[in-house]
Design a protein around this ligand. Sequence first.
Ligand code: DC
Length: 227
Amino acid sequence: MSVFSIAIDGPSGAGKSSVARAVAEKLGAMYLDTGAMYRAVGLYMLKNGVPLDDPAAIAAHCPGVDVRVGYGKDGRQCVYLGEEDVSEAIRAAEVSLAASSVSTVPEVRERMVALQRRIASGHSVVMDGRDIGTKVLPDATLKVFLTASAEVRARRRFHELAQKGMPEPYEKVLEELVRRDDVDTHRAASPLRMAEDAVEVDCSQMTLDEVVEAVAALARQALEAKA
Ligand code: DC
């Protein structure tokens, strides 16, 4: 099979990462969670006291951010800031908001997109994010736009945070998710939107396994059509 790429975009909490990871495993492709990279940049800015409402300050600090991606023995993606493994730290609620802020800054996006393309080059890849189908991989073999209602997404994130020992009240999770949706869809630089040639999958009423099956089936169809 020749090299292929699958783009999975959509709003926060739709389950993109879980779906993308499982589909990559099924198809023997590399998985790249691009949101984790913006989260690492957000964490860097928080650690260095850079004001998140100051795009010029974020842009000025951007060249100093050393984001690296690696894969553990179990194949899980790990994200590093320099030598430090920040894979867990980037999941904190305050880092979610920081990631949303830094991802509005064009200088940050340019660096991340270049890094994402470099990591993926020469590999079959399943990448998830907000601008994969529209910007990072415009010629992707398959583009999926994964959505779910805000309430369903907030409920999932609420359980996920509780499971990780970082519980937050449901109302707060929902409020922050709606705020992030707003920032992600209204920013000037590569806003979240469905690529014209993407397939929309609304997973509000689907289990994770059902979504993985549906996306893998779409991928097989796309690969056959390309062959
Ligand atoms: O998918 P996530 O929640 O981990 O993403 C964190 C933030 O990063 C999110 O608010 C939007 C931003 N992001 C982006 O702008 N472009 C991407 N390709 C991935 C994430």
